[in-house]
Design a protein around this ligand. Structure first.
Ligand SMILES: [Zn+2]
Length: 218
């Protein structure tokens, strides 16, 4: 299960790994907490973004997409408990064993609170079904944080996405209003550059990198 703050984060952070999971016949669920549109009165653009998310989920082959409606860039206007309950509602229904979500120190406040809510929702009580929690990196948020040892994204897992990189870029193009021109990181070339860089770190043409938060083995 992928838990993202905004429609497009799921593709930027985990586009390749999601395609790989589906190819491996895993059941994939995508939960997106916010509508991703700051103009709250503009129902048209909220609906458009939701439609794009549906299109993306369908193209990836997700079992289900769950779209919530938390306010864009204002998750901090809500008590953490409210966000946690939104996450719990879906987590307890689906009971995933593996959860991908944001990095704890992203620049974007919604990303950080999504991480906190996921970690709270996935408290490892005895017999709890979520065995592994993994953080992904999102261009123009993860690398834009203050680069101190405490807030740096430090990958512990790399997945070869060489056969999925073109599809990942195509998926991101569905969210065309979110794409910028290079050298903005959130661009087609930016996505490919990061994939090359992460790949190069471990001897692949293209990779997605992840930081394991918790992995429980019986
Ligand atoms: Zn985001």
């Amino acid at each position: 299960m992928v838990v993202a703050a905004h429609p497009d984060d799921e593709v930027l952070g985990a586009g390749g790994i999601m395609l790989k999971h589906v190819a491996d016949r895993d059941f994939l669920y995508i939960l997106i907490l916010g509508d991703g549109e700051s103009a709250r009165d503009d129902q048209g653009s909220i609906q458009k973004r939701a439609k794009q998310a549906q299109q993306v989920a369908k193209k990836i082959g997700a079992k289900e997409l769950i779209l919530e409606k938390l306010p864009d860039n204002k998750f901090d206007s809500l008590p953490l408990l409210t966000i946690t309950k939104v996450v719990e509602r879906t987590i307890f229904k689906i009971k995933p064993n593996l959860v991908y979500t944001h990095f704890a120190s992203d620049l974007n406040i919604d990303h950080r609170l999504t991480f906190q809510a996921v970690l709270t929702a996935c408290r490892p009580q005895p017999g709890f079904f979520v065995k592994k929690i993994v953080s992904f990196e999102v261009l123009s948020s993860t690398e834009w944080q203050h680069k101190s040892p405490q807030t740096m994204f430090s990958p512990t897992e790399y997945i070869n996405i060489s056969q999925y990189i073109e599809k990942k870029v195509k998926l991101m193009k569905i969210y065309k209003d979110e794409l910028r021109s290079f050298p903005h990181p959130r661009s087609a070339e930016g996505i490919k550059t990061l994939a090359h860089y992460r790949g190069m770190e471990v001897g692949f043409q293209n990779a997605e990198a992840f930081q394991v938060v918790r992995n429980i083995k019986d």
